[in-house]
Design a protein around this ligand. Structure first.
Ligand code: GLN
Length: 548
């Protein structure tokens, strides 16, 4: 069969859940037996979000092949339970870099390089690359930003041309908008949606479906109005009332008949009947009132929870499967340095120190790790979190008060965390870290090995610094165990404390591989330790899984 394409655009305002909608629709199609892939087209000029501040962009999501991508790819992978690759995130920066590179090589000799056709052709080539490299039968393509943005015009023109190239029967446009609520009159307004559809049509795209996000119930008359003014069938106007539980979205879209409509539009018959039993049980489980676990997330971008999206989701996945509810306390590590926020740490049953870059708030995180160690509080350190757990250990157990990572003190006399040799001569910032999937051998009899239950795992990385092997022996002698090591024995991948209920740090980012239906084993083991610390009874929850 010819590859089918679903294009997602956004209208009215950003942040209305376009990425989650695409991810959820991808899941509906997978449930019907189709192989799907999702691609995000980002209009910014950065080559990838790797060099952007999390304040600007939220988390950077890392794929198996080391691509540093938009956080929406995390939604796609988690909702659909697939693994995506580099071709699935395209930015204006990548497109221009490619075209300008070709121009300099003389590939267009004699020609004037223009947005149409050169830039749009390169975008189309990248859209086509997804099915070629993944074998997907249905490719969902999300255009970042909102219709009306200057930056997204070449992408919109490219997706318009795709329909012209492959035909209406092989493509559909889904426009995700927002219905504002006017409190004074108590009504939802469709006018902004009408305007954004008009804008879309002025550039040649007529939506086949409108997903109208709203914080309030959307009645039939609103749907009829949108259908009439925007020229879509009424059953293709899909109200998406804000779901209190993120993972409810596929169920809501299922109920609205979205997949059946889209398959019909694309001339496809479902190959299997969707089975939502497990998914429904999972959502019911989230709804069920449960005992709360308080966990401190000690970071430096805590004002923007999106900066730790995958960490939060990974914690949630494990909580669901352990039958507990999470109460995440966002603790700013720079505040800890000023003596504030310590009272929060006294109330929690576990602590996570996630990844990060740069020196702001570092000392606060080191002190937080010290608190977790001395109070026997379950602790999970992710990348930077692991590195600072090591620094803390060196300072207070080995009594090397000046111990540090050379990221924060280049001339420290005790560089327990140091730049990887292969990183020394690199001066470019973008895409130059140790990125993507690398194997890790688990050392028998450790907490990490117990948690995974298998001897070798592959996890996603994003770092420049590593544990300095000159210190391995002395650390081991004093109670730190290196429970995960690279197969060539060169790199410490996991460190843990032997005389602590659970103090584990990973050089990699386990959060990227956690799934709602398959919590990550290390997060799961961490939360089990948190339950124990909180004195919670072993849950009778039927959803409890033995983490693989
Ligand atoms: N800044 C540290 C490094 O580059 C940690 C990176 C991270 O937490 N992802 O190694």
């Amino acid at each position: 069969m010819a590859t089918k394409y679903l294009f997602f655009t956004g209208g009215v305002v950003s942040s209305v859940g376009k990425g989650v909608t695409a991810a959820a629709i991808g899941r509906l199609l997978k449930e019907r037996g189709f192989q799907v892939a999702v691609q995000k087209l980002d209009p910014y000029i950065n080559v990838d979000p790797g060099t952007m501040s999390p304040y600007q962009h939220g988390e950077v999501f890392v794929l198996d092949d080391g691509a540093e991508t938009d956080l929406d790819l995390g939604h796609y992978e988690r909702f659909i339970d697939i693994r995506l690759s580099r071709v699935c995130n395209v930015t204006t920066g990548q497109v221009y870099a490619e075209v300008i590179g070709k121009e300099r090589r003389g590939d267009y000799l004699g020609g004037t390089i223009q947005v149409i056709p050169h830039i749009t052709n390169e975008i189309k080539r990248r859209i086509a690359a997804v099915s070629k490299s993944t074998g997907a039968e249905i490719v969902l393509v999300e255009v970042g930003g909102t219709v009306g943005d200057i930056e997204s015009l070449p992408f919109l023109e490219a997706i318009r041309q795709v329909r012209f190239d492959i035909g209406r029967e092989n493509s559909a446009y889904i426009h995700v908008t927002w219905l504002p609520y006017i409190g004074a009159t108590g009504e939802l307004k469709t006018k902004p949606t009408q305007h954004s559809v008009r804008e879309l049509r002025s550039i040649g795209i007529t939506p086949d479906m409108i997903v109208a996000r709203s914080d309030y119930p959307v009645d039939d008359s609103i749907r009829e109005k949108i259908a009439l003014f925007c020229d879509v069938e009424k059953r293709a106007v899909v109200p998406m009332v804000t779901a209190p539980i993120l993972y409810e979205v596929p169920l809501l879209l299922e109920e609205a008949g979205v997949a059946d409509y889209l398959l019909q539009r694309l001339g496809l018959q479902p190959r299997s009947r969707p089975d939502w039993t497990d998914w429904e049980r999972m959502v019911d489980e989230v709804r069920r009132p449960k005992q709360k676990l308080r966990i401190a997330l000690v970071g430096k971008y805590v004002e923007l929870h999106d900066a730790y999206m995958s960490v939060r989701e990974a914690l949630k996945h494990s909580a669901i499967h352990l039958g507990v509810e999470l109460d995440i306390q966002w603790v700013h590590s720079a505040e800890l340095e000023k003596g504030r926020g310590w009272d929060i740490l006294e109330t929690v049953d576990g602590m996570v120190v996630p990844g990060g870059f740069g020196s702001r708030g570092i000392e606060g995180k080191i002190e937080a790790a010290r608190y977790a160690r001395t109070h026997k509080l379950p602790f999970l350190g992710l990348c930077l979190g692991m590195q600072l757990m090591v620094v803390e250990f060196a300072r207070h157990i080995l009594k090397d008060e000046e111990a540090n990572s050379t990221e924060f003190d280049r001339s420290t006399r005790h560089p327990v965390i140091d730049l990887m040799p292969e990183q020394r001569d690199i001066s470019d910032m973008g895409g130059t870290m140790r990125l993507g999937l690398y194997p890790c051998e688990l050392q028998p009899g450790t907490m990490a090995a117990d948690a995974y239950g298998i001897p070798v795992v592959e996890e996603r990385h994003r770092h420049r610094f590593e544990f300095n092997n000159a210190y391995r022996q002395i650390f081991e002698k004093n109670g730190m165990r290196f429970s995960g090591i690279s197969p060539d024995k060169r790199l410490v991948e996991i460190a843990e404390l032997s005389d602590h209920p659970f103090m584990v740090g990973t050089q990699f980012h386990p959060e990227f591989l956690s799934r709602p239906n398959r919590p990550h084993p290390l997060f799961f083991a961490f939360l089990k330790a948190v339950c124990q610390h909180a004195g919670l009874q072993k849950s009778a929850n039927p959803l409890i899984v033995t983490a693989e």
